[in-house]
Design a protein around this ligand. Sequence first.
Ligand code: GTP
Ligand code: MG
Length: 258
Amino acid sequence: MGLTYQSVGIPATREMFNVKVTDNRSVIALAGNPNTGKSTLFNALTGLRQHTGNWPGKTVLQSKGSFIYKGREYTVVDLPGTYSLLANSVEEQVARDFICFAKPDTTVVVVDATCLERNLNLVLQVMEITEKVIVCVNLIDEARRKKLNVDIQKLSELLGIPAVATAACTGEGLPQLLDLISQVVCGDLKPKPKLVHYSSELENAISKLEPKIKEVLGAELNSRWVALRLLEGDKTLIESLEKFYSQEMIKATREVLA
Ligand SMILES: Nc1nc2c(ncn2[C@@H]2O[C@H](COP(=O)(O)OP(=O)(O)OP(=O)(O)O)[C@@H](O)[C@H]2O)c(=O)[nH]1
Ligand SMILES: [Mg+2]
């Protein structure tokens, strides 16, 4: 077909989310279900170096902050609490778009250690979009109090991504989390998220669509995930492609879908 997508580039896309771009500054996103301790973790990481406003064009609160670790500067973005990234609400769309288009150098998914099962749904969704993901099993003190034992090593092996236990309100596990963030950002640690396999019908459809998407998007977005979203008829993704990428790209995507 010959048409390929051209993004405006990661720095420009980040600025569209009001996230300033400077050399040697890495961007970390905190994702997670509501009430898992994202903001507590955000405060613990950034202290007073914070700035709040609204996400551009939305009435959803955006909190950004920064910290320095081992000589590297990090910008941390506290994403709205969501149960999924299916863009069913403005919060889900904001979180999805930031992970997809601003491409954080690492996304930390904060989960509640006392109800892991429900929380892991979001972890799997983030893993479908990006490889640079860490699972932060927060409220570990609460889990302990309820006599729940979370095997962090096993969780990490099963998901194929780094995992760490924390109690954000006391600072427990934060040094280990910082170390994992630093290793993922520097590329010393490369998460290998395990893919979710769907029914054979769906896998069949994905395998037909994915190469066409790859042809258009190149390495801009995870083509398997885009195929899944398009098969579900997710119009909000097309809208976001329109917003963050050039007109040629959206034309090319529509051609693939035709
Ligand atoms: N025991 C315990 N409480 C915690 C921990 N982390 C956070 N909390 C408490 O859990 C509650 C929710 O924390 P927040 O940081 O507001 O959670 P959040 O994920 O930002 O919530 P939303 O912004 O609504 O999605 C607060 O009362 C925190 O004090 C933890 O590790 N252990
Ligand atoms: Mg919060």
